[in-house]
Design a protein around this ligand. Structure first.
Ligand code: PLP
Length: 390
């Protein structure tokens, strides 16, 4: 019903992924598999809702109406089995911004904030740029799968961590944390009185038969947590700069609201509200279709690598539209690989070293594009492989 094969020409839209490739030393022209932005035309009803809002001649300061919150509630109940009381919800202007203000509200300078690398690099920036102390608890990589190192985690918590930032599903390695893993984490947070900030922006993007579990399922165990969601990744609406926080604890919610209003940061922009409402009302089939398409894309990449570039290793993704590739067979740093791929082969991939100290030689491949573009990119990587292996 929806055509994910359609190649979209995004030229002239100010599109960072295709037309603002300055971090690769050019303006445009590289086949892009870097920034976490997909190339699929979004849900028609969302686009219609935005257009309809523009039929009104005024777009002034705006706040959400109840229909927006009930659309989010409906989606979470229907798709993820969690009934969210409206009192928990706090629409925000982006997940990273919300995370940064959460850290500022809940910790003091020097406090320890723990992350599980390899992980989405703005987490490091938020901690470092607010003068908090970064505690990395690297994931173990065992037989092609990343797992929490529970022993190390508990040692770190014993030593006095104030906040954990979790990524579920986990960018860049594509893990969808299981119910059991998350339950264990919730119990540890309770035991050691640690705030848990759970970035669930990729929650709706699950591949194969993997099932995303929201931290909202464990409130009976522990409720000193914040869940961050958005339509940005699921529906490729990141340009609307919108998100939503779920904060069950009233005191915690007051603190976050206080930190945001101190900085004069209020909710999403006026066009985001109709978009959120439409996405969570009409988006089910589209999201299911996108997940099926992304699963096929992941299969395409894995088969291509097995056949054409067997020394390159990959992690089979469970969720997200990001694939984590290990190019250590070439004995080059991620910086070198990034430059070489861009300059000689015309492809832009995410620099793996940005996601953790142990990640040199890795690259992140964004598979959220039409299959024909993906295959063109894989052919370029094959050329690189043949040149370096041969
Ligand atoms: C895990 C994760 N969190 C947050 C974001 C960005 O969210 P926002 O644009 O709402 O700040 C991304 C984007 O790639 C992401 O992968």
């Amino acid at each position: 019903m929806y055509d994910f094969d359609q190649v979209q020409n995004r030229e002239g839209t100010g599109c960072v992924k295709w037309d603002k490739q300055y971090s690769f030393g050019v303006k445009s022209g590289l086949l892009p598999f870097w920034i976490a932005d997909t190339d699929f035309a979004s849900v028609p009803e969302i686009l219609d809702a935005i257009k309809e809002r523009c039929n009104h001649p005024l777009i002034g300061y705006s706040d959400y109406e109840d229909d927006c919150l009930s659309a989010i509630q409906g989606w979470y109940k229907r798709r993820h089995g969690w009934e969210i009381p409206a009192s928990y919800m706090l629409p925000g202007s982006g997940v990273v911004t919300s995370l940064r203000f959460s850290i500022q509200a809940l910790t003091d300078v020097g406090d320890k904030v723990l992350v599980f690398s390899p992980v989405y690099d703005p987490f490091f920036a938020i901690i470092n740029n607010t003068d908090r102390t970064l505690v990395d608890c690297p994931l173990d990589y065992i037989e092609g799968k990343y797992l929490m190192n529970w022993e190390r985690l508990e040692e770190e918590l014993k030593a006095g961590v104030k906040v954990i930032i979790l990524c579920n599903p986990h960018n860049p390695i594509g893990r969808v944390w299981t119910y059991e893993e998350l339950e264990r984490l919730a119990k540890l947070c309770k035991q050691y009185h640690v705030y848990l900030l759970s970035d669930e922006i990729h929650g709706d993007i699950t591949l194969y038969d993997n099932q995303y579990t929201t931290m909202g399922k464990f409130l009976e165990i522990y409720d000193k947590l914040i869940i961050y969601t958005a339509i940005s990744k699921t529906f490729n609406m990141a340009g609307l700069i919108s998100s939503c926080m779920m904060i069950p604890d009233e005191e915690l919610k007051d603190k976050i609201e206080g930190a945001l209003s101190d900085a004069w940061i209020f909710g999403p922009n006026a066009l985001a509200f109709p978009a959120i409402t439409a996405a969570y009302t009409h988006g089910d089939n589209w999201v299911d279709g996108q997940n099926a398409y992304l699963t096929e894309n992941a299969e395409t990449v894995m088969k291509f690598i097995d056949r054409e570039m067997p020394a390159v290793k990959y992690v089979k993704p469970e969720g997200t539209f990001l694939m984590w590739l290990d190019f250590n067979c070439f004995h080059k740093s991620s910086d070198e690989l990034t430059k070489l791929m861009a300059e000689k082969y015309g492809v832009a991939l995410g620099n793996g070293a940005h996601y953790g100290k142990q990640c040199d030689g890795f690259m992140r491949l964004n598979i959220g594009t039409s299959r024909s573009v993906l295959l063109k990119g894989l052919e370029k990587l094959k050329e690189l492989y043949q040149d370096l292996e041969g």
